[in-house]
Write a protein that binds this ligand. Structure first.
Ligand SMILES: NC(=O)C1=CN([C@@H]2O[C@H](COP(=O)(O)OP(=O)(O)OC[C@H]3O[C@@H](n4cnc5c(N)ncnc54)[C@H](OP(=O)(O)O)[C@@H]3O)[C@@H](O)[C@H]2O)C=CC1
Ligand SMILES: O=C(CO)COP(=O)(O)O
Length: 341
């Protein structure tokens, strides 16, 4: 049994706390609102984020970060990407001994274009950072909290740490693989949210399965194009954290990104959509970051580009799809025109 601190008592942090508690670990969950902490400790529920789910009574919530991480061997970071630097700054002030940090969030930081593991390494001194491990894959909190079969991948530059975290989380409902390609695992998880916004938007416009299959397939092509350019292993994009997560996020009613895109497609304004969601929609900021990064790196990302225009330049949803359909004709497979037959 290990002492594990989970920072972020939203849907995903709470679902991961359930997996860890089911595995017999001593789990402390950090939430920033006292009434939520009391609800988790006394009612064993987190109704705002996982309605109807009964939490194991062994999960102890606290609003005190220092109390949460005291004696923890592993800290699991599950706050939205936007909050990462703030949370890491607070963590740095209370950490006294080296720990392994697992992060399960999915995003890229606008402006710096950093992946979350890079932000962690920037914010925490080497002396207290034993290892950084990424946990990602097709895994909606709503299903994990009901113990429905789920597969994820953990990735780290430190293979022993990845295997330790695989052991920590794996159980009969939650199967954990390892993959050493940190760049590919993080970029696949972050960039699929852009395409899920697009899939929701297409569904919201009333388009069918053909359009969605096209978005998933061509979406994967542009994720892999940017990802390999940034140093990822192309094979990672055909795995759980690539196509796997892309499928689940583009097709599930649980997806916040798909739901947000769906509302946009039906004509709702972005601000109203985000207010309506009440949960993080990572794809919005990630679209901004990926759009800017793709321009800097001169990597073609047509779906990201039109989504950026819909989100930030008032382009209409239907016009966005029309623009994609009317692009200059091209080959499906990269560099196919230069292949000799
Ligand atoms: N939900 C899912 O199924 C999955 C989510 N993820 C990823 O996990 C991450 C978290 O998502 P999810 O749990 O869904 O998000 P939610 O919107 O459900 O919850 C966000 C949580 O973060 C807390 N939070 C927000 N800002 C801060 C801050 N500045 N300091 C401390 N805590 C803060 C919120 O607290 P409060 O309630 O007080 O606002 C809340 O507990 C995202 O990157 C997402 O992409 C990955 C896989 C699956
Ligand atoms: O990453 C996820 C599932 O793997 C969750 O996606 P959403 O944030 O769109 O709900």
């Amino acid at each position: 049994m290990e002492n594990v601190a989970v920072l972020g008592a939203g849907s995903w942090g709470t679902a991961l706390a359930i997996v860890l508690a089911d595995n017999g670990h001593d789990v402390r969950l950090w939430g920033r609102r006292e009434e939520q902490v009391l609800e988790i400790n006394h009612e064993h529920t987190n109704e705002r984020y996982l309605p109807g789910v009964e939490l194991p009574a062994t999960i102890k919530a606290t609003a005190e970060l220092e109390e949460c991480i005291k004696g923890a061997d592993t800290i699991v970071l599950v706050t939205p990407t936007k909050a990462m630097r703030d949370v890491l700054g607070q963590l740095k002030n209370v950490l006294t001994s080296p720990v392994t940090i697992v992060h399960a969030s999915k995003g890229i930081e606008p402006g710096t274009y950093k992946r979350i593991s890079e932000i962690i390494e920037e914010e925490l001194p080497e002396s207290i950072l034993e290892a950084v491990v990424v946990l990602s894959g097709p895994s909606h909190a709503e299903e994990v909290s009901l113990r429905q079969p789920t597969t994820v991948t953990v990735s780290s530059e430190n293979n022993n740490a990845a295997e330790k975290i695989q052991d920590l989380f794996i159980n009969q409902n939650f199967r954990v693989y390892t993959n050493p390609d940190v760049i590919g695992v993080e970029l696949g998880g972050a960039l699929k949210n852009i395409i899920a916004l697009g899939a929701g938007l297409s569904d919201g416009l009333g388009y069918g399965d053909n359009a969605k299959a096209a978005l998933i397939t061509r979406g994967l092509a542009e994720i892999a194009r940017l990802g390999t350019h940034m140093g990822a292993n192309p094979l990672t994009f055909s795995g759980l954290t690539g196509i796997g997560d892309l499928i689940v996020t583009c097709t599930s009613v649980h997806s916040r990104n798909w739901r947000a895109g769906n509302m946009l497609g039906k004509g709702m304004a972005l601000d109203d959509v985000l207010e309506n969601m009440g949960m993080v929609v990572e794809g919005v900021r990630t679209t901004q970051a990926a759009y800017e990064l793709s321009k800097r790196e001169q990597v073609e990302m047509p779906i990201t580009q039109v989504l950026y225009d819909v989100l930030f330049n008032n382009k209409g949803a239907k016009q966005a799809v029309d623009d994609l359909m009317q692009r200059t004709r091209t080959h499906e497979v990269e560099d196919v025109s230069s292949l000799k037959s």
